[in-house]
Ligand binder design. Structure first.
Ligand code: ZN
Length: 444
């Protein structure tokens, strides 16, 4: 295997590297029911219900245990396959019946079908259905019975790896968390393993614009160099991102799945995004460009009638995703992409590399970030199939195709979070790095 090899990316690469982010923008207490039926010789039948202790577990020997279903994994946004069963049990390990358990998601952003469980004949309690959150972060549910609690854990399935390497100004832990959270979101939507690549000798310095020792070793996922630093002052470039190195298949051809990329944000321009909690979404948007969204559409022949107002995306994954979010007519055979008609500002950083704003509006991967909600749809996730990624569309946000004509100033669209010239091409032409053939007996 040799080292870095140049690949002839035409002028499109420079245009696609211009990434725009512009306006984008009871306890139930323990109840022991003793049914005593007393039959008197003289009188009628009398029923006496004796109820004792309704204030919760009273014995120190009682414990709340997770009988089964702990530590499962599932794809983000999907439900666990095996039931979670818990029990409040006495010192001898026998379930104490008549309990009510409450369930609460405490980490991971998932959801439960109910806040209480279902009591089984044997006294155990089956948890409500748990749908995991949409990021590859720890997933936890707390179970409570009286004053006893237990924690159930689960994890998100993915084989995609993202390594964030910060450079430039030292970021605060809160700032770093925005990037790592964005990466966790991408790992939830891209779930397949990627070919291992030798990065020996890869010149990252010229791509990220800062002297860095040449790399050694291998990469089996994506490495993203990230900075939040000064670029060119306020109201100019807000973000600059793109791939530095892509994979090369065994035939010596570009594979287009990114090995190393870079994303830079200008501290002078991010304040409005931070104020509106939109910076993390913007980082997700940029990271998807690093992965290849918009960036590799043309060389992968995913766009027809490019360079015209009729430019359309024809990747089958993106089309199916569009239809799944309601675009059965709009996307009967292709997906509209940004053509700059009726959009301003709109330039090289927006055109032909995003979904069309007038059609998809709030969707995260249009060229304009709307303040408020910017859902990441199944359409965007499924379009990554067209770049040969294995994806999980269940990690998508709820989104339905925008229906109706755009009417500036009368809709949910709000003032731009930034203005002026936002994009700048990376001063680097993406290069290919050779993949390493898996040896016999090694992991897939
Ligand atoms: Zn973009």
């Amino acid at each position: 295997m040799t080292g870095v090899q140049s690949v002839d990316f035409r002028s499109w690469i420079w245009r696609r590297n211009r990434i725009n982010v512009t306006p984008y923008l009871s306890p139930g207490g323990r109840i022991r029911m003793h049914l005593r039926q007393l039959s008197g010789i003289l009188a009628s039948t009398v029923l006496i219900w004796g109820c004792s202790d309704s204030s919760g577990p009273s014995s120190g020997s009682e414990t709340l245990v997770i009988r089964s279903g702990n530590n499962q994994s599932a794809l983000a946004g999907t439900t666990l396959s095996n039931p979670i069963v818990v029990a409040l049990q006495d010192g001898a390990g026998n379930p104490i019946s008549g309990q009510t358990a409450t369930f609460t998601v405490t980490a991971g952003g998932g959801s439960l079908s109910s806040s209480t469980g279902q009591t089984n004949p044997d006294g155990t309690i089956t948890a409500p259905t748990w749908r995991l959150g949409k990021s590859d972060v720890p997933q936890k549910v707390q179970v409570s019975v009286g004053d006893k609690t237990a924690e159930v854990s689960a994890s998100v399935q993915t084989l995609y790896k993202i390594d964030i390497r910060f450079f430039g100004r030292t970021l605060t832990s809160a700032e770093q968390a925005l990037f790592t959270s964005a990466a966790a979101r991408l790992r939830a939507m891209i779930v397949g393993k990627l070919p291992v690549v030798s990065v020996a000798g890869a010149d990252v310095s010229s791509c990220i614009g800062q002297t860095t020792p040449p790399l050694t070793g291998t990469v089996d996922g994506l490495v993203v160099y990230a900075s939040l630093d000064s670029i060119d002052g306020r109201s100019k470039t807000l973000a600059q991102s793109g791939p530095c190195f892509i994979r090369q298949n065994e035939l010596g051809e570009p594979d287009y799945r990114t090995v190393i990329g870079v994303m830079k944000f200008d501290t002078a321009d991010v304040a409005p995004l931070i104020a509106q909690n939109a910076l993390e979404s913007t980082i997700v948007h940029e990271m998807l460009h690093v992965v290849g969204f918009g960036t590799f559409w043309e060389p992968k022949s995913l766009v027809v009638t490019s360079d015209t107002v009729n430019a359309r995306y024809i990747g089958p994954g993106g089309i199916a995703g569009c239809q799944a979010v309601g675009g059965t007519v709009t996307c009967a055979s292709s997906v509209p992409i940004e053509n700059c008609v009726g959009q301003s500002p709109c330039g090289a950083g927006q055109i032909f590399s995003h979904w069309r704003e007038s059609t998809f509006r709030t969707e995260l991967m249009t060229a304009y970030l709307n303040s408020g909600s910017d859902p990441l749809s199944a359409m965007s996730i499924r379009s990554l199939e067209d770049l040969n990624y294995s994806v999980n569309a269940a990690a998508a946000d709820a989104y339905t195709i925008f229906i109706g004509a755009r009417s500036a100033g009368t809709s949910a669209a709000s003032a731009p979070l930034a203005s002026g010239e936002w994009e700048r091409p990376l001063p680097f032409r993406p290069k290919m790095l050779p993949t390493i053939r898996a040896s016999a007996g090694s992991a897939k």
